[in-house]
Design a binder for this molecule. Structure first.
Ligand code: CTP
Length: 292
């Protein structure tokens, strides 16, 4: 079932097919490609199929398709007129002309958040580190600013934040950068090599200090241990309104995955969410932002 909204060229797809075909990697890949162009997929239902196989592939019930569309169109307007700053991806800190210190962040969570905010009508400023060229934004109301280092990300955010309603800091910012960047490629000498690092600015903490009444600041915490207490401490220290916690102990959460498992922590509350696609997680986070 295809539905075309001509005013914004929106395409919503409600696929229906046999289990083997739906589960086939090429079908799944094609659906992902369609979604990456900004189209929307209403997932099929689960149950008996025409072939007598049982599983996912039944076209979603028409009433549910209508409910999804109603929800979609009501959300489209929900952030109209709002400006949201989002940081995404890793920062690269130069060592010499060919080397850098980086991290495994893909930028997928930040891009999903940018698409979700844009889908709800917000004007999005997406400040993003070096990500794969396959990472694209699909909405005209997303303005993308590419940066490389934490310092560059900091400069861009400092300038933009005063005119924003909200900022969501999803980037994996390097905490340190080489004190000196070698002008020429560093040669192997056979000796051990020491690189002295200087601290980078804490973008989140600076925006937390700049925050004015009516502005909302959302942070992330990717932790490996003492997850909740570390996240609580960051919430306070950086003056976030809420923090999204990922634990590397949870399979499918964090860097280099298409899924995430989060806990949203506010000063007086905490809510755990199940493992979901990063697009679905973005919806939960933006729902929480809207509630605030
Ligand atoms: N962050 C930031 N600027 C930095 C470091 C972090 O804006 N220089 C933001 C991240 O985007 C994230 C939040 O702060 O939203 C927490 O990041 P994290 O790296 O977990 O925090 P750190 O303060 O660097 O703590 P840690 O010592 O655990 O690395």
């Amino acid at each position: 079932a295809f539905l075309l909204n001509r005013s914004s060229d929106l395409l919503v797809i409600a696929p229906a097919m046999d289990l083997d075909m739906y589960a086939h990697p090429s079908t799944q890949q094609n659906l992902k490609t369609l979604q990456s162009y900004g189209n929307h997929v209403i997932e099929p239902g689960t149950g008996f199929l025409a072939s007598k196989l049982e599983g996912k592939g039944r076209m979603e019930e028409p009433e549910n398709i209508v409910a999804c569309l109603e929800q979609f169109f009501s959300q489209q307007e929900s952030l109209r007129g709002k400006k949201v700053l989002i940081t995404a991806g890793p920062t690269y800190e130069k060592i010499d002309p060919v080397r850098f210190i980086g991290n495994y962040s893909s930028g997928k969570m930040g891009f999903a958040l940018a698409n979700e905010c844009a889908n709800r009508g917000a004007q999005v400023e997406l400040v993003c580190g070096t990500v794969s060229s396959s990472m694209q934004v699909n909405y005209p109301n997303i303005h993308r600013i590419n940066v490389e280092s934490a310092q560059e990300m900091f400069e861009a955010c400092k300038e933009l934040f005063p005119s924003m309603d909200s900022a969501i800091l999803c980037a994996a910012v390097a905490d340190f950068a080489p004190e000196k960047v070698a002008e020429q490629k560093i040669k192997r000498t056979g000796d051990e090599m020491v690189i002295r690092l200087k601290p980078n600015p804490d973008i989140a903490a600076s925006l937390g200090q700049m925050k004015k009444q009516g502005q909302t600041l959302v942070g992330f915490a990717l932790e490996t241990n003492d997850e909740e207490s570390n996240a609580q401490a960051k919430l306070k220290k950086k003056n976030f309104d809420f923090i999204v916690l990922n634990s590397l102990k949870d399979e499918g959460a964090g860097f280099r995955t298409d899924t995430n498992k989060i806990t949203i922590i506010t000063a007086d509350n905490k809510k755990d969410y199940p493992l979901k696609s990063k697009e679905e997680v973005a919806k939960d986070i933006i729902d929480e932002l809207e509630r605030l």
